[in-house]
Write a new protein. Structure first.
Length: 380
């Protein structure tokens, strides 16, 4: 929600003219109201209309995904890049849903302000990690260590690059779709699903090696699966709002039961794919993660309560900072202690990553996200 600069102002006091004797008996001047402090500015998510819900279950799923990444990098989890694929699906979902809501409510996606908000929430933290880590290593290590670290960190942060490219391109494409399809969200959803099917089938088609490689490496399937889930969730919430008048996506009990069953089935399918070692195929992982994300887009159900645990949801809200920081922390621990065990790496590295993520998230990311980046004229 946007911070209204008008809040906190109060009218000037009404001064009584004339002598006190002229006042009626027992009449007393009204005391001047005490000035109230202006409310604290809230994070400007901007692209969502008023009343848009926030799904704590989705935050919990993000926490599980980044925890899977930490476990995989310590050698405790054999699920390959399952956590990264789920994070990419969630990125597609969380980027698309506010844009679709805005387009349906106002007729435009406001791609420019959206990109500005994403930039100020993501780029400063990335710059801090990429600049301070080599500087600290240079202060306490050798130039060779700095060169090795400079090559390792960008190579490990490729999901951030993929997500940034999606944030740059997708709002513009989605805005064009909404314009040409005249804000018919059902038609936009159909086009997004067709795009998902095309990219999912690309590796099976006789395409040139370069194109097929680009499609596979860009992880478009995971991002588009999340985008399709966001469009479907918005259509479902809009139907519920038209039928019941509620804007928070709550439906009837049968719908909640259906979503819970779907979510548990998708979660079980992800676990089965992990145990079978089939997570190298991104299509089933992306589809299961998209179904699970859609099932969590409500405030009811046992699965939502399970994934809405405070610690898990907090980890999900800090997932970007955790992912950025765990790469240099794990690398430095392995470099400084080559014989460190996986258990010690998870315990020490996870704890250090958590503490640094708290500082980075709440002292930088949230503060910049709550601060409007436009000049205002001073009121005299």
């Amino acid at each position: 929600m946007r911070h209204d600069e008008g809040y906190g102002r109060y009218a000037d006091d009404d001064w009584v003219r004339g002598s006190v004797a002229a006042l009626p008996p027992k009449a007393k001047a009204t005391p001047a109201p005490e000035p109230q402090p202006a409310p604290e500015p809230q994070p400007d998510h901007g692209t969502e209309p008023p009343g848009s819900p926030r799904f704590t279950g989705v935050d919990g799923l993000r926490g599980l995904a980044v925890l899977a990444v930490l476990l995989y990098d310590t050698g405790w989890f054999a699920g390959a890049r399952l956590g990264i694929d789920v994070l990419l699906v969630l990125s597609g979902f969380l980027v698309t849903l506010p844009l679709v809501r805005r387009a349906d409510a106002t007729g435009r996606t406001d791609a420019g302000p959206f990109l500005a908000r994403r930039f100020k929430r993501l780029f400063p933290a990335l710059v801090v990690v990429l600049t301070t880590t080599p500087a600290l290593v240079h202060a306490f290590g050798s130039p060779r260590t700095v060169r090795d670290l400079s090559r390792q960190i960008p190579a490990a942060l490729w999901p951030v690059s993929v997500t940034a490219q999606f944030c740059l391109v997708w709002p513009l494409l989605l805005g064009l779709l909404c314009f040409f399809l005249r804000r018919r969200i059902a038609a936009v959803t159909t086009v997004v699903v067709l795009l998902l099917a095309a990219f999912a089938a690309a590796p099976l088609l006789p395409l040139p090696d370069g194109f097929a490689h680009a499609v596979t490496r860009s992880h478009s399937v995971a991002l588009l699966a999340g985008a399709a889930a966001a469009c479907a969730v918005h259509l479902a919430h809009r139907a519920v709002a038209h039928r019941t008048g509620r804007r928070d996506g709550r439906g009837h009990a049968p719908a909640t039961v259906l979503l819970s069953v779907t979510g548990f089935a998708a979660l079980a399918a992800l676990a089965a794919l992990t145990m079978a070692g089939a997570v190298a195929s991104q299509v089933p992982v992306a589809l299961c993660a998209a179904l699970l994300t859609a099932a969590l887009s409500t405030e009811h159900g046992p699965l939502v309560r399970l994934l809405s645990a405070s610690l898990l949801a907090e980890l999900g809200r800090m997932s970007y900072s955790v992912y950025l920081l765990h790469v240099p922390v794990y690398w430095l621990l392995r470099h400084g202690q080559p014989r460190i065990t996986d258990y010690a790496l998870l315990l020490v590295g996870g704890t250090v990553t958590w503490l640094l993520s708290l500082l980075l998230h709440y002292l930088l990311v949230e503060r910049l996200g709550a601060r409007p980046w436009q000049t205002r004229r001073a009121v005299r």
